[in-house]
Design a binder for this molecule. Structure first.
Ligand code: DQA
Length: 148
């Protein structure tokens, strides 16, 4: 099984970016933890980050036929991007939406996600652990859809 992890805008700055909200763990560290967990779960993971909406859309389109699930933190595009939502819906690949912070405890504009309506589920508020829970959820959902 191959899982794609997609990180949206500004997540390349994790570790330095608003550490009181997002913590001090870097994106490389998160990707390292995901790779280690994937190995433990007997699956493959690839990680991709972009600050550009079109690149994120393209990556999701290119995942068709290549990956069985996507774990995505769309960053600020969560709250703005119909294009990302449509890309996920168009590919039909199972997607798990994750956020480091609890988007429902923050500003009003963060409480709406364009992605949640096309995601299998959402994990929000557990810091870097959100990604690991997201990976576990994605692997389990793909396996149960395959009757395993
Ligand atoms: C975020 C939450 C978003 O509202 C914000 O724009 C981000 C990060 C999170 O992981 O908590 O960039 O997706």
């Amino acid at each position: 099984m191959k899982i794609l992890v997609v990180h949206g805008p500004n997540l390349n700055l994790l570790g330095k970016r608003e550490p009181h909200i997002y913590g001090t763990v870097t994106l490389d560290e998160i990707n390292g933890r995901l790779t280690a967990l994937a190995k433990e779960l007997g699956t493959d993971v690839s990680c991709f980050q972009s600050n550009h909406e079109g690149e994120l859309v393209q990556k999701i389109q290119d995942a068709m036929g290549q990956y069985q699930a996507i774990v995505i933190n769309p960053g600020a595009y969560t709250h703005t991007s119909v294009a990302l939502r449509d890309a996920i819906a168009s590919t039909g690949i199972l997607a798990v939406e994750v956020h480091l912070s609890n988007i429902y405890r923050r500003e009003e504009f963060r409480k709406h996600s364009y992605i949640s309506g096309v995601a299998a589920g959402q994990i929000t508020g557990f810091g870097p652990e959100s990604y690991l829970l997201g990976l576990r959820a994605a692997v389990q959902a793909v396996r149960s859809a395959a009757g395993q």
